[in-house]
Design a protein around this ligand. Sequence first.
Ligand code: GLN
Length: 316
Amino acid sequence: LIIPNWTEFCGQMTTIYNECATISDGKVATYIPQLARVNPNIWGMSICTIDGQRFSLGDSNTPFCVQSVSKAFNYAIVSSDVGSDKVHQYVGHEPSGRLFNEICLDGNGKPHNPMINAGAIIMTSLIRNDLDMADRFEFVLNEYKKMAGGEFIGFNNATFVSERATADRNYALSYYMKENKCFPPGTRALRDELDLYFQLCSVETTCESAAVMAATLANGGVCPLTDEVCINSQPCRDVLSLMYSCGMYDFSGKFAFQVGLPAKSGVSGVMIVVVPNLMGIALFSPPLDKMGNSCKGVAFCKKLIEKFNFHNYDSL
Ligand code: GLN
């Protein structure tokens, strides 16, 4: 097994989890009632190794919406489906240095990367646009479910309806991109493309199932529970690279510096963290710091790196 002294490892994870439980910083997102009403004390953590070793603590079975974590999975899925070259005709590779929902494009007139709203909306428009809308949603849901080894993947319709009702910025961003010819041929009405984007933000997981999805990325795109190939190996490498440089909003540079692992956060308070060739971690705690990342989630990662040599450059 990839982690031989599992009991001891789990004991150390428990210590870190308990230390983070006392953190009371941050504020839950309030832009939609479905996020504003979430219990801020929920704190869950799950680990799944590439050998399928599992460990969870706290509220690891509480469902939450993936929100921006969908951006990482959608990019991996669409790159696997149509190829990285095609995808990067429409989106760049650089951190934007701007807010995740800022109305701006890079020097080539493309969204900076797939981990911010502009790039993620373009990625959504590339997802199986030969199918009708219902089948496109079902396609992505099935891909999520494959990555999760068949474990819980849900959908929160109230969140979807709220996202859509408060979407002025995402509409403004999309019209700006339409004006600049950012969308690929075959793109539907913006309303349809944005509906799919909001639906994918409103997909639910738990720490348990999100850890399996993260472990699939840690394992080169092969789900460790089922051995099914979910993401091809190059798109898997690509998504981890962009999670490393762009996955944590405007904290991405410092997170790469301090923690040195690919991660993606979402405004619900979720974080997935990938230790390549070892394990996936899912963390969920709704209160966010000023950058929009889960306070407990970020603290957990820092403590993890103090105890273990998981930082990308710890091996030097
Ligand atoms: N639904 C949010 C949006 O598109 C996603 C936010 C997030 O997790 N950063 O604005």
